[in-house]
Design a protein around this ligand. Structure first.
Ligand code: AMP
Length: 122
């Protein structure tokens, strides 16, 4: 099934400059900015500038340059935010089961405290 990208999603609007953001780092292919509703002392989102719905879409269709830049940017942001030494968690929610709210690939970087178990038990 082909991936269908909705260019009216909020991160597409951020990339077009239609909505402000608290930028941490911008590269040729990526933007990193603070999450508007932080779930930990450090909560930064890294997104590719290209129109990718989720990680599987990105991994399948992005160029090598985009793939490298995304990974290097995530690592660089971890170091810039000061969480690389004490530890952090990267999460990329996808689709209905992943409870993805914004249909543009984003990697959450969370840290600054002990984060607890990976999944909430309900
Ligand atoms: P997800 O549930 O993985 O799709 O996460 C979407 C994330 O985007 C949530 O953590 C939101 O707090 C965050 N978010 C939504 N709108 C904005 C915005 N305008 N600026 C920064 N973060 C946002």
């Amino acid at each position: 099934m082909p991936y269908v990208y909705d260019d009216q999603n909020i991160f597409a609007k951020i990339l077009r400059g239609e909505i402000p953001n608290d930028t941490v780092l911008e590269t040729e292919h990526c933007l990193a900015f603070k999450d508007i509703n932080p779930q930990a002392p450090v909560h930064i989102l890294v997104i590719p500038k290209g129109p990718y719905v989720c990680f599987a879409h990105f991994a399948a269709e992005a160029s090598d340059a985009e793939l490298v830049d995304f990974n290097r940017t995530i690592g660089k942001v971890c170091r810039m935010a000061g969480v690389a030494e004490d530890g952090y968690r990267t999460i990329s929610n996808a689709g209905v089961n992943g409870l993805q709210e914004v249909p543009h690939l984003h990697m959450h970087i969370l840290g600054g405290q002990v984060l607890g178990p990976l999944l909430a038990r309900t």
